[in-house]
Design a binder for this molecule. Sequence first.
Ligand code: AP5
Ligand code: MG
Length: 214
Amino acid sequence: MNIILLGPPGAGKGTQSAGLVERHGMKQLSTGDMLRAAVKAQTPVGLEAKAVMDRGELVSDAIVSALIDDNLGAMPVDQGAIFDGYPRTAAQADDLDRILAKNGRTLDHVIELEVDVDALVERITGRFSCAKCGALYHDTANPTSEDGVCDVCGSTEFKRRPDDNEETVRTRMDEYRAKTAPILPGYEARGIVSRVDGMGAIDEVASAIDAILN
Ligand code: AP5
Ligand code: MG
């Protein structure tokens, strides 16, 4: 099973990917996470991507498609892949078709998380994650069970993303509308698009996604 989770910033792609990994043993391929790891490690890709990400603009198609190519190629063929935040442009969608074909895989579902844009800024500015294991939280909608302690690994250190401020979020949303939303009709023509109401509680959204996969 190979699926794309599509939706604007803050739609819940990362949150739902984590659930799918846990419930179905799939692997999450998040270009945003890969790029943040590259920035942290100060690799050439990271050095090139940092300023672009801080502005909320899109990193080059060549860079992100190479990341997906490398990571998918290293996966066992029988493990399902969740593409989180990729593809984001028409060129990336074409690249993904080629990369999947090369690996003997086909795309089963494109799941669009439909969200109310007004709620997204609040979701993103309230987001934080565990500095050790990366588990995602939200100040009010999804806090840790015990104040200041990660539910997953027990760490007491947390972090916030540098691009999670209101101004950058607006640019990220503009980029989504202008460059990413237009790739949907191509997938619709193939009959593989499903829509899920992303405004429900996290477990309700998860159940709706499972209903599509089963
Ligand atoms: P990326 O990391 O992909 O960011 P994004 O697309 O802006 O999406 P987010 O990660 O912000 O949101 P999400 O949908 O994962 O939401 P989450 O589950 O965290 O990309 C970052 C940057 O990298 C880009 O701007 C670009 O520069 C670059 N980049 C990455 N991929 C690229 C590509 N392919 N091409 C070019 N450039 C690329 O949830 C958000 C918050 O809401 C959390 O706090 C969560 O707890 C909470 N929440 C989640 N679901 C719910 C719910 N149902 N109810 C209430 N709260 C919820
Ligand atoms: Mg994410």
